[in-house]
Design a protein around this ligand. Structure first.
Ligand code: SAM
Ligand code: SF4
Ligand code: SF4
Length: 341
């Protein structure tokens, strides 16, 4: 889509436009997924951000508005667990007023059954639910928390009931832990309006003890599914979509793969991230962020904020996943719960 409000084409060093803003609304979570916030690190004494450091809804809405004038067309709220942020629907109501901007939310769905109606009423456009297994034992092994698969499934059902369409389910596959979720989730959601996307386990952050041998490549995942149900190529929903999607040959729905490790998609990456405390990161794997909160709280005008963001984007040349082989292990990376998944 063209952006009429900019007099020039805003692209980064690799000619990528700025289209997606991901906002981490909280660095806290009620799960302790081993690949994201392992309990050994994120324990009782973990130093979460103090309240005054966290951007207010007014600040976030203002940032969203500024980004919308720069070509952003989708704002995804994430975290941590975004539904832990009190009255999140108030923020969504504000963001929903932005012209030409779609709002999306990624959630572990533990609180979704309670919140779905308010989210829909607030104008939320899209919903992605994370679910790593269908059997409770594996689900709890992955999430390391006192919730049941049933809580998540009820959340999905309620979201569907209140009118969310095209709900996506994200499932991270960790070799030797939840491999069988591939088959279970495929069977469960095939023939429904819900698309499951299987994610390659990524080396994000510095706490999950990532090892390449725990990654199940998308190619292997696809072969597993094709042994059950033949697949044909599916169309990309929009440029820059992170998942490679396939249709079942019998046209009973879609399945997708997020191949960040084996087939990086940096070339199409139009995403920027805002951390819970207002730092802007031009890549999920960035090590330093631009302190937008300081600017917001020291009276910078919208024009001044735009100028800073434009300069940041024009300088951007990130393509970490493509350079992974060279770069891995060199620097301390930012945690996904803080920067937003
Ligand atoms: N708490 C919410 C949730 O789990 O949906 C939102 C935040 S979470 C960080 C966003 C997404 O990142 C989830 O779908 C999660 O599975 C994914 N994720 C987290 N750590 C990951 C990793 N190491 N590799 C691949 N995906 C990861
Ligand atoms: Fe929480 Fe989501 Fe990270 Fe799991 S993936 S620990 S639910 S933020
Ligand atoms: Fe985008 Fe960075 Fe991920 Fe590449 S590694 S797709 S540039 S966020």
């Amino acid at each position: 889509m063209n952006d009429n409000r900019l007099a020039f084409k805003l692209v980064d060093q690799l000619e990528r436009p700025l289209r997606d803003l991901r906002i981490s609304v909280t660095d806290r979570c009620n799960f302790r997924c081993s690949y994201c916030m392992p309990r050994a690190v994120f324990g009782q004494n973990y130093p979460y951000l103090p309240r005054p450091d966290i951007l207010s809804f007014e600040e976030i809405a203002r940032v969203g508005q500024v980004f919308s004038t720069l070509g952003v067309r989708k704002i995804r709220l994430t975290g941590g667990e975004p539904l832990l942020r009190k009255n999140l629907e108030q923020l969504i109501s504000q963001l929903s007023l932005l012209p030409n901007v779609e709002t999306a939310l990624t959630t572990n769905a533990s609180l979704l059954a309670k919140k779905a109606y308010a989210l829909k009423e607030a104008g939320l456009n899209r919903l992605t639910v994370s679910l790593d297994a269908l059997d409770n034992a594996t689900f709890q092994l992955m999430s390391d928390a006192d919730f049941d698969v049933e809580d998540v499934l009820q959340g999905i059902e309620e979201a569907h009931r209140v009118g969310f369409e095209n709900i996506k389910v994200n499932c991270v596959i960790k070799r030797g832990v939840n491999d069988h979720a591939l088959e279970d989730l495929t069977r469960y959601f095939k023939g429904t309006a819900i698309t499951v996307r299987f994610i390659e386990y990524m080396d994000v952050g510095s706490t999950n003890n990532w090892h390449a041998k725990e990654v199940v490549p998308a190619k292997e995942m696809k072969e597993t599914i094709e042994r059950m149900f033949p697949l044909k190529d599916g169309e990309q929903s929009y440029p820059g979509e992170v998942a490679k999607s396939y249709r079942y040959e019998d046209d009973s729905g879609k399945v997708g793969f997020i191949t960040s490790v084996t087939q990086p998609f940096c070339g199409d990456c139009t995403r920027i991230r805002l951390s819970t405390d207002g730092k802007l990161y031009s890549c999920l794997f960035a090590t330093t962020g631009f302190d937008l909160r300081q600017q917001l709280r020291s009276g910078a005008s919208d024009q001044a904020l735009s100028t800073m963001i434009i300069a940041l984007w024009q300088k951007r040349s990130d393509r970490y996943s493509e350079l992974r082989q060279i770069a891995s292990g060199e620097k301390k990376k930012i945690e996904m719960s803080y920067i937003g998944g």
